[in-house]
Design a binder for this molecule. Structure first.
Ligand SMILES: [Zn+2]
Length: 118
């Protein structure tokens, strides 16, 4: 699944994603979306397109961490991190991400194990 186009509210990101991530991103409308995947690693993102600039950049977007704490959003489901992907040039939001963690390890939702956490 290399160089897959993933849509966000303000454009799209072209990234190298796994088949598993592609399944999460596919909401059944013929496009793949950024939000359900969780956080993408910066080195996996190849390009981004910004609606404001109307331009495709041959570089990953900026990753902006908005909040990192543990917030229980449902039984067994904890939101551990949320943030945005921003345009390199004008800083507008290309898309958002959320990383969830399940309290028990019986299943997985989003990127259950955030990379780079202490
Ligand atoms: Zn822009």
């Amino acid at each position: 699944m290399s160089d897959t186009k993933l849509y966000g509210s303000g454009g799209y990101i072209i990234a190298d994603i796994t088949e598993e991530q592609a399944k999460k991103a596919d909401l059944g409308v013929g496009k793949l979306f950024l939000a359900p995947i969780g956080k993408l690693e910066e080195q996996k993102m190849k390009k981004h397109y910004c609606k404001v600039c109307e331009e495709e950049f041959n570089s990953p977007p900026k990753v902006h961490l908005e909040e990192k704490n543990r917030e229980e959003v449902a039984d067994n489901l904890v939101l551990v991190e949320r943030g945005q992907y921003n345009c390199q040039k004008c800083n507008s939001i290309i898309g958002e991400y959320r990383v969830f963690e399940k309290k028990d390890d019986s299943g997985e939702i989003g990127n259950a194990k955030p990379s780079g956490s202490p």
